[in-house]
Design a protein around this ligand. Structure first.
Ligand SMILES: Nc1ncnc2c1ncn2[C@@H]1O[C@H](COP(=O)(O)OP(=O)(O)OP(=O)(O)O)[C@@H](O)[C@H]1O
Length: 245
């Protein structure tokens, strides 16, 4: 479903955010992408979703070449950015319909498609509300609903549960699992919550300082430790933001 080789990104000014990353994700997997602050997760995610051009390296994403065929990649993937972006002031139904039509659906087809997606995410009936009148968990599920309108086979989620209470996080995990189990969507997500990575992901990749430093199932990486302990053993204990400053 996704394969990269030697992907790098050097920003203007010389920051080497990603230093040669090889990632493979099989169809039907839920893969977690972990790493300390500034490790290169969002930069990698933005390259894989065509938002940022790699400095070097190659990648095939959802069956298409990332650099040669980014439009086809975009057609086949969904992306939910950190923080999301539902309209807080206008009824969500209007934006859902508009987005469906931007994907080339007729108005009736766009409506029927979003009703189907909202039902999947337990959001039916809430689309007449403005985003500001939803709970944090409902808002995150709407972010995902927007990303699913064009029926992508591969979904990228950047820190999907940040800021949610434990109930809403657990509920979102259920929805993410059912997207995979019942609808066959492959999922690649970043998170700082190691309990989440442990509970939700089939396989984990750990990136540190722009390089993949560990990879395996949660059980393999833990090797008898908690995932927090394993993560600190692998990536060290120094504070990255302070080192960065
Ligand atoms: N547009 C940019 N220009 C210059 N440097 C950047 C830019 N975007 C990110 N960086 C740098 O690239 C490195 C990787 O950042 P990135 O946001 O990918 O990390 P991250 O793993 O997503 O971190 P976090 O967990 O804090 O979200 C950091 O050193 C960051 O400061």
């Amino acid at each position: 479903m996704m394969r990269t080789a030697g992907l790098t990104k050097t920003f203007e000014g010389g920051v080497e955010a990603v230093k040669g990353v090889d990632i493979s994700v099989e169809a039907g997997e839920i893969v977690g992408f972990l790493g300390p602050n500034g490790a290169g997760k969002s930069t990698t995610m933005r390259m894989l979703t065509t938002l940022l051009r790699p400095t070097s390296g190659t990648a095939t994403v959802a069956g298409h070449d990332l650099l040669g065929d980014p439009r086809e990649v975009r057609r086949r993937i969904g992306y939910v950015s950190q923080g999301g972006g539902v309209n807080l002031m206008a009824p969500l139904a209007d934006d859902l319909e508009l987005q469906g039509m931007l994907y080339g659906l007729s108005r009736p087809a766009a409506r029927s498609r979003y009703h189907e997606v909202l039902a999947r995410l337990d959001l039916a009936g809430l689309e007449e509300r403005v985003g500001g009148a939803l709970s944090g968990g409902q808002r995150r599920r709407f972010d995902i609903a927007f990303a699913l309108l064009h029926d992508p086979r591969l979904l990228f989620l950047d820190e999907p549960t940040t800021g949610l209470d434990p109930q809403s996080r657990a509920n979102l995990w259920e929805h993410i699992r059912s997207l995979r189990d019942e609808h066959g969507v492959t999922i690649f997500l970043t998170t700082h919550y190691l309990d989440e990575a442990d509970a939700l992901c089939d396989r984990l990749l750990i990136i540190d300082d722009g390089r993949i430093v560990a990879e395996g199932t949660p059980a393999q990486l833990k090797g008898g430790r908690t995932l927090d302990e394993a993560f600190l053993d692998i990536t060290g204990r120094s504070l990255r933001e302070e080192a960065g400053v």
